[in-house]
Design a protein around this ligand. Structure first.
Ligand code: SF4
Length: 157
């Protein structure tokens, strides 16, 4: 399902997603993983993962994050990761970013938290009749550039 024309998905989803993200943050803080700014979470191809997110998460990310700091690519990296490995979209980052830690202490908790909060997200999407469109980040970003929701960042080099 794609977003209905004229519907402001970011405005509808911002509040409910903030509650979900806050609840997740509470559970993550109980585990207490340490982020050492390795940047692995955001260099997708190099570390063998793909960041998937739903349409409402993408709408909030695109509406609320500052402009990407690096060029869009075909899913190799995240354009919001700065040269120091920090996320420049931290407040607006999606669920997948919030359940990924390379601290081994988090390994046994990640599947449980991912399953639980993804389930909550899906239930919310169904209840609100939002589009789901669970897809890799770069696909959402390409679509956003095509419809003019974000400016295409400058090319690399
Ligand atoms: S939004 Fe932030 S945390 Fe998520 S992949 Fe991009 S830079 Fe990393």
């Amino acid at each position: 399902m794609t977003a209905e024309p004229g519907r402001d998905l970011a405005a509808e989803a911002r509040g409910p997603l903030a509650i979900l993200y806050k609840d997740l943050e509470g559970e993550v803080s109980e585990v207490g993983p340490v982020c050492q700014l390795s940047g692995r979470c955001c260099r997708f191809e190099e570390y063998g993962h793909t960041l998937f997110l739903s349409a409402p998460e993408a709408a909030v990310l695109i509406a609320d994050a500052p402009p990407p700091v690096r060029p869009l690519d075909e899913g190799l990296t995240c354009p919001w990761q700065d040269l120091q490995g920090r996320c420049t979209a931290r407040e607006a980052r999606p669920l997948g970013c919030r359940v990924y830690y390379c601290d081994p202490v988090f390994d046994e908790h990640a599947p449980r938290l991912t399953e639980h909060f993804l389930g909550r997200l899906k239930a919310l999407v169904d209840a609100e009749e939002w589009p789901w469109d669970y897809a890799p980040l770069h696909r959402h970003l390409r679509a956003a550039v095509e419809r003019g929701a974000i400016a295409a960042p400058p090319p690399a080099g």
